[in-house]
Design a protein around this ligand. Structure first.
Ligand code: NAD
Ligand code: TYD
Length: 367
C-alpha cells in the first residue's frame, strides 16, 4: 500500500466500533453504499478499496471524501500483498465486496478480464480475510454483492428468480459472477467463514457509467444522438433505484442470516422499448422539446450475442425476513434520475470524454 494511504488510514481515529472494507466504492453502486455507510455510521471506519478502472470515479464521492471516518485506497483486489497488508494493519472485521467488471457487452469482448477480476479477485479477497481472521470469526462478516444474471434468463411468463433458482449463467459476465458466488459459498461451507450474498436486479440512478442503457440514452437524447436498441427492444429487465439497493445492503449486512442468499429487486419489470419510451417522454419534457421529439432517435441495431430475454426477481424473502422493500416508485425514480443527469452534465461530459481518467493518471503517476 502506498505510504500516504497508509498514513491517512493510521491518522484516522483508532476508536472505531468496526472497520469495514468496501471494494469497488468508486463505482456506481459502490459509491452509494460508501456514502450511506459513511454518513449513517460515523462510529465505523470505512475503507474504500478501488482500482479506479474506467468505471471508477472519485468524483462520485466528492461530498464525503473529507469525512473523518472515510479513507480511500487505490488498489487492485487481485493484489495479494496489498490485501494482506490492509487486513493486518487495519483490523478489518467486515467486507462489503462490490468491485467487479460489470458490463455484459465488455465481457463478450474480453472474458478473461472478467475471470481475473470477478473470480480471482473475489477468491483473493476471501483468502485475505480467512488468513487475517485466522478462524476467529466472531464479529466478522464477508458480504458479497452479486447479480440476478447468475440465474440465466426467464421466458415471457410470470415466473420469477427465487433464491432456489438453479444457476444458469449465459454471458461471460454472469458466468464470472456465478463462479464468484460459488467461491463465497465454498469459503462458508468449507472454512466456516461468515458470508452472505445478495443477488440484485438492474440498478438505475445517479453516477452510473454511461455505457449502460439508462445513462447512455439520457446522454444521447440530450445530444440528439442515435438510441441503439438491441434486437427488437423486447427484452425485459427489473429495475431498482440504486439508493434502495444500498439500503438493502445495509439491512442485510446488519441483520441478514449468515450463510444465506437474499434476492433484491424492484418488483418493476419493463421491456427495453417501453422503458425507452418513458425516458424519451420525461427527458423531452425536461429539455423543453415537443412531446415525442426524440422518438426519431430510436435505432434498432444487431442484437447482443446471447442476449438474456427476461430477468425478474422475487424479493419476498428479504421483505418477509428483514422488512426491506423498495421505497421509490419507478415513475419517481426515473424522473429523479433523468433530472440528475441533466443537472450534472459536467459529470456526464467528463466521463464520456475520459477527462476524469487523465486527472487520476496525473494524481497517481508516481505510484
Ligand atoms: P461499476 O462497474 O460501476 O463499478 C465497479 C467498481 O469496481 C469501479 O469503481 C472499478 O474501478 C472497481 N474495480 C474494478 N476492478 C477492480 C479491481 N480489480 N480491484 C479493485 N477495484 C476494481 O459496477 P456497479 O454497477 O457499481 O456494480 C457493483 C457490483 O454490483 C458488481 O459486483 C456488480 O456485479 C453488482 N451488481 C450490479 C448491478 C447493476 O445493475 N449495475 C446489479 C446487480 C449487481
Ligand atoms: P445494460 O444496461 O447493459 O444492463 P444488463 O445487460 O446488465 O441488463 O442493458 C439493459 C438492457 O438494455 C439489456 O437488455 C440490453 C439493452 N441495451 C440496449 O438495447 N442498447 C444499449 O445500448 C445498451 C447498453 C443496452
Amino acid at each position: 500500500m502506498p505510504e500516504t494511504d497508509e498514513k491517512k488510514i493510521r491518522m484516522a481515529t483508532e476508536s472505531y466500533k468496526r472497520t469495514i472494507l468496501i471494494t469497488g466504492g468508486a463505482g456506481f453502486i459502490g459509491s452509494h453504499v460508501v456514502r450511506l455507510f459513511v454518513n449513517k455510521y460515523p462510529e465505523y471506519k470505512i475503507i474504500n478499496l478501488d482500482k479506479l478502472t474506467y468505471a471508477g470515479n472519485l468524483a462520485n464521492l466528492k461530498d464525503i471524501e473529507n469525512k473523518p471516518n472515510y479513507t480511500f485506497v487505490k488498489g487492485d483486489i487481485c493484489d495479494e500483498s496489498l490485501l494482506k497488508d490492509l487486513f493486518a494493519k487495519q483490523k478489518v472485521d467486515g467486507v462489503i465486496h462490490l468491485a467487479a467488471e460489470s458490463h455484459v457487452d465488455r465481457s463478450i469482448k474480453d472474458p478473461f478480464l472478467f475471470a481475473r477480476t470477478n473470480v480471482l479477485g473475489t477468491l483473493n479477497l476471501l483468502q485475505a480475510a480467512k488468513e487475517s481472521w485466522k478462524n476467529d470469526y466472531s464479529g466478522k462478516l464477508f458480504y458479497h454483492v452479486s447479480t440476478d444474471e447468475v440465474y440465466g434468463a426467464l421466458e415471457f411468463d410470470d415466473t420469477l428468480f427465487t433464491e432456489e433458482t438453479r444457476y444458469d449463467p449465459h454471458s461471460p459476465y454472469s458466468a464470472s459472477k456465478a463462479a464468484s458466488d460459488h467461491f463465497v459459498r465454498a469459503y462458508h461451507d468449507t472454512y466456516g467463514m461468515p458470508c452472505v450474498i445478495s443477488n440484485c436486479s438492474n440498478n438505475y440512478g445517479p453516477y452510473q457509467f454511461p455505457e449502460k442503457l439508462i445513462p447512455l440514452f439520457i446522454h444521447n437524447i440530450r445530444n440528439k444522438k442515435a438510441l441503439p436498441v438491441y434486437g427488437k427492444g423486447e427484452n425485459v429487465r427489473d429495475w431498482l433505484y440504486v439508493e434502495d439497493h444500498a439500503c438493502a445492503i445495509d439491512v442485510i449486512f446488519h441483520k441478514g442470516r449468515v450463510g444465506e442468499t437474499y434476492n433484491i429487486g424492484g418488483f418493476n419489470e419493463w421491456t427495453n422499448i417501453d422503458l425507452i419510451k418513458v425516458m424519451i417522454k420525461v427527458a423531452d419534457k425536461m429539455l423543453g422539446n415537443p412531446e415525442g421529439t426524440s422518438t426519431e432517435l430510436i435505432t434498432y441495431v444487431t442484437d447482443r450475442a446471447g442476449h438474456d430475454l427476461r430477468y425478474a426477481i422475487d424479493a419476498t424473502k428479504l421483505k418477509k425476513e428483514l422488512g426491506w422493500e423498495p421505497s421509490l416508485q419507478f415513475e419517481e425514480g426515473i424522473e429523479k434520475t433523468i433530472s440528475w443527469y441533466l443537472d450534472n452534465q459536467d459529470w456526464l461530459d467528463n466521463v464520456t470524454s475520459g477527462e476524469y481518467q487523465k486527472y487520476y493518471e496525473e494524481m497517481y503517476a508516481d505510484r
